[in-house]
Write a protein that binds this ligand. Structure first.
Ligand code: GLU
Length: 193
């Protein structure tokens, strides 16, 4: 069972995300990662192993930001390695997603996306979803980012708790769930997932 943490507000997101992951460690996991979105930049740091090991990667990076998502993975599709760790990013490098659960029809969607010229980095079912969101969003002239996520989720069979961010919208974290639990916390000018 994986763990998901998201934060948007005016505090430094990094310690909040890492502490959140620490508190979810009891659930068991094999890898950990986080993404920080700023205007026009999306940075992802992830690796197999413990949150402590992610923490040293993050400390070395001097990454900063007030919006981010983080994940501890329990591998179901693809080995527990650095590349398969979450967050996963889309082909434009602007959208990042963390996912808890299993996308049962991921192979079918992956074939379709490959035929559209999308190259996959990981072996996960989760990367399929972020690439699908991106394709829908970038091909549509009328759908908002939120609409595109809704449309992509409409194609998914399975269970999910997801959080999605984009460097085009560095004030938004978008979450959705089906079958998996997600809790939203509302603070003063800040939100937690
Ligand atoms: N199915 C996804 C994967 O293998 C998510 C697993 C999880 O819930 O941590 O990466």
């Amino acid at each position: 069972m994986c763990g998901i943490v998201g934060y948007v507000g005016n505090k430094n997101a990094i310690p909040l995300l890492l502490n959140g992951l620490k508190r979810l460690e009891y659930r068991g996991y094999d890898s950990a990662g986080l993404a920080i979105a700023n205007q026009n930049s999306l940075n992802v740091l992830k690796r197999s192993g413990k949150v402590e090991s992610l923490k040293s990667l993050v400390n070395d990076s001097h990454l900063k930001g007030t919006l981010g998502i983080a994940h501890t993975r329990w591998a179901t599709h693809g080995k527990p390695n650095d590349v398969n760790s979450h967050p996963h990013i889309d082909k434009t490098g602007k959208i990042a997603l963390v996912h808890n659960g299993i996308i049962e029809n991921y192979l079918e969607i992956k074939q379709y996306l490959k035929a559209e010229g999308i190259e996959f980095k990981s072996e996960t079912d989760s990367e399929v979803l972020v690439q699908l969101i991106s394709l829908i969003y970038n091909n549509s002239k009328s759908l908002t980012f939120e609409d595109s996520i809704r449309a992509a989720l409409g194609e998914i069979v399975g269970a999910y708790g997801i959080v999605v961010v984009s460097s085009d919208f560095p004030e938004k974290i978008i979450t959705a769930k089906m079958g998996s639990p997600i809790v939203i916390g509302i603070g003063e000018n800040e939100y937690f997932v």
